[in-house]
Design a protein around this ligand. Structure first.
Ligand SMILES: C[S@@+](CC[C@H](N)C(=O)[O-])C[C@H]1O[C@@H](n2cnc3c(N)ncnc32)[C@H](O)[C@@H]1O
Length: 423
C-alpha cells in the first residue's frame, strides 16, 4: 500500500476539511449545505454561515461535519443565539417536519431560559494526569469541562469542582455523577454510579460533602448521597413542589427536567380531558401527568416498566391524598389490549416512539382521544401517520421548548378518532 497503513488513511480522512455555506437548519442540531454533490450536515452550523468544516462521519451521500473553530460540547447547539431566534429556528424545523400534515405550528417558550434543568448527569474521565468531570463531546467519548454552563445552576458547578479535587486521589471507578435538585437548591441529591461495588469514600469525606459548610458555597442543601444502590448519607429521594403537588422523587425515577415548562404542558393536557373520563397514562414515569390531571378524571391508570418510578408514583398519590389513581408496573406493549373502558390514552414514550402493536391496540379499541407527548418529532410524525391511516384526525400540534440552548424539541399532539365522534 505504498507505505500507507490503514491508520494513516484514517487520519487523512478524519482531517478532510472544506468550506460550505449553510442553507438551512434541520433537526438534530445541524445546519445543512452541499459539497461536491453530497449533503453536508454541520453540527452547530447556522443558516447563512460560510464555514470551514471537518468531516467526522461519511454516510453514503451525507457528510457529518463539525466546525473546528466552535466549541464541541455535546449539549448546547444554540447557546450563542438569542433565545427568540432559537424559538424561530425550532418552529421552522417543526413546520418543515410536519408539512402536509399540520400547518402553522407554534412553539411555546420556556418560562426559564437559563439554569432550567432540575437534573444533570456528568461523565467522569480519568485522563493521564487529572480527573475530568463534564459533558461528552458530540460524536466522541471525550469529556468537555466548563467553568459555567447555561443549563444548570452555579451551585452545581461548585460541587463539580469539589469532586474533581476529591476524585483525583481515588480509585478510577466512578463513571457518572448525577445531581437532582429543586429550584432553590434547598434539596440536592447526589448519585455516583460506578463499575465497582465497593464505596470509595470515607465517612469523614461523606460528612464533609454533606454537612454545612458544604462544598456548595451557594447555599445548596444536600439531602442524599448514593453510591451505586447504597445510601451513604440522607435518603434515596428528595422532595420537589410541582404546581399543586408535593412530589417525593426517588433518585432513579423519571421526572421531566424542566419543571416549569412541564407544568405548562400538563395544563394543556388537562384542557384536552373532559370531566369524569377514564384515562390511561401510558409510559407514565412516576405518574406526574396522571397525578396532575386526576382531579378532573373519574379514574386514571398509570403504566410504566420502571419500578423506581412506580414506587415514587404510589408514594406521591398517598402524599397528595389522590385516590382515583392506579399504578401498574408493566411493559405497555402487553396491557393496552385489555382497556376497552378507557376514553383517553396519554402516551409519552422514549425517543423511539410507539411500537406498531400499541398503535394497533389503541386503534382497534377505537379509543376516542390520544394525547401524544413526544421528545422526538421524527418518530411522532411516523406514529401520527399510522393513527391517521386508522381513522384518527390530528386536532392539535404544538412545540414546547423544554430544552433551551439545545436542539431538542418536545411536541404535544391531540388525535381524535373519527374527529371526536363517540365510538
Ligand atoms: C418520557 S418518560 C415519561 C414521563 C412521564 N410521562 C412524565 O411526564 O413524567 C418515558 C417513560 O417510559 C418508560 N418506558 C419505556 N419503555 C416502556 C415500555 N415498553 N413499557 C412501559 N414503560 C416504558 C420509561 O421507564 C420512562 O419512565
Amino acid at each position: 500500500m505504498d507505505g500507507l497503513e490503514i491508520k494513516d488513511i484514517f487520519i487523512i480522512w478524519k482531517t478532510m476539511r472544506f468550506t460550505v455555506k449553510i442553507e438551512k437548519i434541520v433537526y438534530g442540531g445541524y445546519g445543512l449545505g452541499y459539497h461536491e454533490g453530497k449533503t453536508v450536515l454541520v453540527y452547530k452550523g447556522m443558516p447563512g454561515e460560510v464555514l470551514e468544516v471537518e468531516v467526522v462521519e461519511d454516510k453514503k451521500n451525507v457528510l457529518f461535519c463539525i466546525i473546528p473553530s466552535k466549541s464541541t460540547c455535546g449539549a448546547c447547539v444554540f447557546s450563542e443565539i438569542d433565545y427568540p431566534q432559537q424559538i424561530e429556528y425550532k418552529k421552522l424545523i417543526l413546520n418543515e417536519i410536519f408539512k402536509n400534515i399540520y400547518s402553522n405550528i407554534d412553539m411555546v417558550s420556556s418560562p426559564q431560559v437559563n439554569y432550567y434543568r432540575n437534573k444533570i448527569t456528568f461523565s467522569v474521565e480519568y485522563a493521564e494526569d487529572k480527573v475530568k468531570i463534564g459533558m461528552v463531546e458530540n460524536k466522541s467519548n471525550k469529556v468537555i469541562e466548563y467553568d459555567s454552563c447555561l443549563l444548570y445552576p452555579a451551585g452545581i458547578t461548585d460541587l463539580v469542582n469539589y469532586f474533581r479535587d476529591l476524585l483525583n486521589n481515588k480509585p478510577k471507578v466512578i463513571q457518572n455523577i448525577t445531581f437532582r435538585y429543586n429550584s432553590d437548591l434547598s434539596a440536592i441529591h447526589i448519585y455516583f454510579s460506578s463499575n465497582q461495588k465497593f464505596n470509595i469514600f470515607t465517612e469523614e469525606e461523606i460528612s464533609n460533602i454533606a454537612t454545612p459548610p458544604s462544598p456548595s458555597q451557594r447555599g445548596g442543601n444536600i439531602v442524599g448521597i448514593v453510591f451505586n444502590d447504597k445510601v451513604l448519607y440522607g435518603e434515596n429521594y428528595y422532595y420537589d413542589k410541582f404546581a399543586h403537588l408535593k412530589l417525593k422523587i426517588h433518585f432513579k425515577a423519571f421526572y421531566q427536567t424542566n419543571t416549569q415548562q412541564a407544568i405548562n404542558i400538563y395544563q394543556q393536557i388537562e384542557k384536552f380531558i373532559d370531566v369524569n373520563e377514564i384515562v390511561l397514562d401510558a409510559y407514565c414515569g412516576m405518574g406526574t401527568i396522571g397525578l396532575f390531571i386526576s382531579k378532573k378524571c373519574k379514574n386514571v391508570v398509570c403504566i410504566d416498566d420502571d419500578k423506581s418510578s412506580i414506587i415514587s408514583g404510589l408514594g406521591n398519590a398517598k402524599i397528595n391524598k389522590i385516590k382515583n389513581l392506579q399504578f401498574v408496573n408493566k411493559n405497555c406493549n402487553n396491557v393496552l389490549e385489555n382497556l376497552e373502558k378507557v376514553n383517553t390514552v396519554i402516551v409519552n414514550p422514549p425517543r423511539q416512539g410507539l411500537n406498531k402493536k400499541i398503535i394497533q391496540d389503541i386503534c382497534s379499541l377505537k379509543i376516542n382521544k390520544v394525547i401524544y407527548l413526544s421528545c422526538d418529532p421524527m418518530t411522532l410524525k411516523r406514529d401520527i401517520l399510522l393513527f391517521k391511516d386508522k381513522g384518527y384526525n390530528l386536532n392539535f400540534l404544538k412545540g414546547f421548548d423544554m430544552f433551551p440552548h439545545t436542539w431538542h424539541i418536545e411536541t404535544l399532539a391531540l388525535l381524535k378518532f373519527n374527529n371526536g365522534d363517540k365510538k
